[in-house]
Every structure is written in C-alpha cells, then in structure tokens.
Ligand binder design. Structure first.
Ligand SMILES: [Mn+2]
Length: 196
C-alpha cells in the first residue's frame, strides 16, 4: 500500500493529513471550511483514495490560510506516498461533466511545478467560500508535489458545479496517473530515468 501521513503546525494552521493511494475512497474530512470538506470528499471518493484531513485554522481572519495550507499538506503527503514514482502511469486526464459544467483536468507527475487554471467563476462566492481560494489550494498542492496541472473550463455557469467538476476531475486524473502500469516492470516512466 502506498500511504503517507503528516502533521504540520504554523502560527496560522494545524493540519493533519493521511492518504492511501491504493484505497477505496473512505474518507474523514473536517477542515472547518465546509465547502472545502465537500470538495475533498469528492476528490477522495472519485479518486478512490482513502483520505483523512483535519484542520484547525485562523478562519476568524478568513479561509485563505486554511485552504492554502491544506493544499500544501495534501501535496506533501502525495509526494511522500509516490516516492520515486516507479511503475506509475505518470499522466492522467479527465473531462468531467457536472450538470451544465464541463471541465478538463490534465496532469503530469513530472517533478516540475506548473499550474494553469483556465477557469472563470461566475460568482465571487459559493456560500461563504471565496472562489479565488480554489487556485490557492492547487498552487499550494502543486508546489509541494511538483506536477504540471491544467484545468480548462469548456462550459459551466453555476460556481458550485464548476468547482465540483474541478475536484472530481482532479481525483480521477490523479487516480489514473498514480496507477501502476504492469508493463513498466517497476521502472521510472521517464526517458531520463528520473522524475524529479
Ligand atoms: Mn455539491
């Protein structure tokens, strides 16, 4: 089983996270940011990752520090669980429809950070959640687990649906990328011999 866990404490947040890449989607998420709980649950269920996340953050300021730092700690756990990336497919992508919304998520576990989010939200807020924080979450994650991550919105009006399409699509694309390819025979999937 490819697993990792980490607790990270700063003056702004205390976060514990554990992930099993070879899970079934079991999850226990309590971040104090309700909309992010919903998104992380979708990520775990549709990616078939076992995921536990808890966060005590300075949400009296706003949700920014909590959301960004959860992205960082999840990224740390992903990188740790992946190790030297032997035998994995490396690439993954998903066109994820969610009602009227349609979002492409494509990623390469390249070891180099690149984040391109061509997604426009029609509202600044989803309930009390600031839609700008979705980019902060994925920036934190891709800095901690270096990958090329692209989101492209093809359709969508409802901000809740667009965000769901992103997190479900990320779960599905990542699940594909971390899958073991038996034909690789445990080799690193790079002509350079390393993915770092
Ligand atoms: Mn929903």
């Amino acid at each position: 089983m490819r697993k990792a866990e980490r607790t990270r404490r700063t003056a702004e947040t205390v976060i514990s996270c554990s992930i099993n890449l070879d899970g079934t989607g079991e999850n226990n998420i309590a971040t104090s940011v309700g909309f992010l709980d919903h998104m992380l649950t979708l990520f775990a269920v549709h990616g078939r990752f076992d995921l536990n996340v808890s966060c005590q953050g300075d949400t009296w300021v706003d949700d920014h520090h909590s959301v960004e730092d959860i992205g960082i700690v999840l990224g740390i756990c992903l990188a740790d669980a992946l190790g030297d990336k032997r035998g994995i497919r490396r690439y993954g992508s998903m066109w994820l429809p969610m009602d009227e919304a349609l979002v492409l998520c494509a990623l390469d576990l390249s070891g180099r950070t690149s984040m391109n989010m061509d997604v426009r939200f029609e509202t600044e807020k989803i309930g009390t959640f600031d839609t700008q924080l979705i980019k902060e979450f994925f920036l934190g994650l891709t800095r901690a687990c270096p990958m090329s991550l692209h989101f492209l919105k093809m359709a969508g009006e409802n901000s809740h649906h667009i965000a769901e399409a992103m997190f479900k699509g990320f779960g599905r694309a990542l699940s594909e990328a971390v899958e073991i390819d038996p034909r690789l025979n445990n080799a690193v999937p790079s002509s350079k011999g390393v993915l770092a």
